[in-house]
Design a protein around this ligand. Structure first.
Ligand SMILES: [Cu+2]
Length: 274
């Protein structure tokens, strides 16, 4: 009997903890309220299943506890019960999967006119690359990676020259402007994650992945690597700063292009060889 009571207290405690917990998501800073709604729906569906299953278990422990002389009735199959459990599970799983698929579909279809930013992960740093005004990101390949070209930007692609390279600094984004985030890894699997943006995706060596966001408020947001990528994994951090128009232009003006970076590195190399 005491076990049944403990089970009911566990159910009520879990539900109360979930409702009263201060550890909830951080205030959202982009357009993906759909991701929050999908998470909430998942909590409702899994929460209802948890309460139903564990309460049923508690009720069985209380209702069918041992009494001298009482014997269990053996019923190996129940067609009716299987039909109802099948229907209930199908509805539950559909509610868990369908909204996520719809949100995912819009998450990977950037709107026309979205800006592009490339995020490159390498044990254990984040690098960022932006196309020049009106230009595109030049091609890149791990074959081109050197100390002076940590992103492996293809120096023979004419589009590369004007690309802005952010090496060791923060990434700035323009508020209320949709941006496609292209992800690339030089070595192992990393995962670009900004809690306030709800955005998260793996960086796969040898391929490009992408999603898009529209930052909705200015501020500084921390980037975390959410894939265990080696001993330096916890230190793989950076900041994304969402700027107003004026601040963003100021920041853009301070960045160096791929061509300038190469000149600088070439200059340093020439000076060192003298
Ligand atoms: Cu990482």
């Amino acid at each position: 009997m005491i076990i049944a009571l403990i089970i009911f207290v566990l159910v009520a405690g879990s539900v109360l903890f979930h409702m009263l917990t201060p550890w909830w998501t951080t205030p959202i800073a982009d357009n993906w309220v759909n991701i929050d709604q999908t998470l909430r729906l998942t909590f409702w569906v899994t929460g209802a299943a948890f309460v139903a299953v564990i309460s049923f278990m508690g009720w069985c422990v209380w209702r069918y506890h041992h009494r001298p002389g009482r014997e269990a009735h053996h019923e190996p199959e129940s067609g009716k019960l299987e039909v109802w459990l099948g229907i209930g599970t199908t509805i539950g799983v559909a509610f868990l999967l369908a909204p996520g698929l719809l949100v995912w579909s819009s998450y990977i279809h950037p709107p026309p006119g979205a800006a592009t930013v490339e995020v490159v992960g390498q044990q254990w740093n984040w690098y960022f690359r932006l196309p020049s005004q009106g230009g595109k990101l030049g091609r890149a390949d791990a074959r081109f990676v050197t100390a002076a070209n940590p992103l492996g930007v293809n120096p023979y692609d004419p589009e590369s020259k004007g690309n802005l390279i952010v090496n060791g600094g923060d990434l700035h984004l323009l508020v209320n402007k949709p941006v496609k985030i292209v992800l690339r890894s030089i070595d192992v699997i990393h995962d670009f994650y900004i809690p306030e943006f709800r955005a998260k995706m793996d960086l796969m060596p040898g391929s490009e992945s992408f999603f898009w966001i529209t930052p909705t408020r200015t501020g500084t947001f921390e980037v975390l690597c959410a894939a265990f990528c080696g001993v330096g994994h916890p230190y793989m951090r950076a900041n994304v700063v969402v700027d107003s128009d004026e601040d963003y232009r100021k920041w853009l003006g301070q960045q160096q292009t791929f061509a300038q970076m190469n000149d600088g590195a070439g200059g340093r190399m020439r000076a060192a060889s003298k």
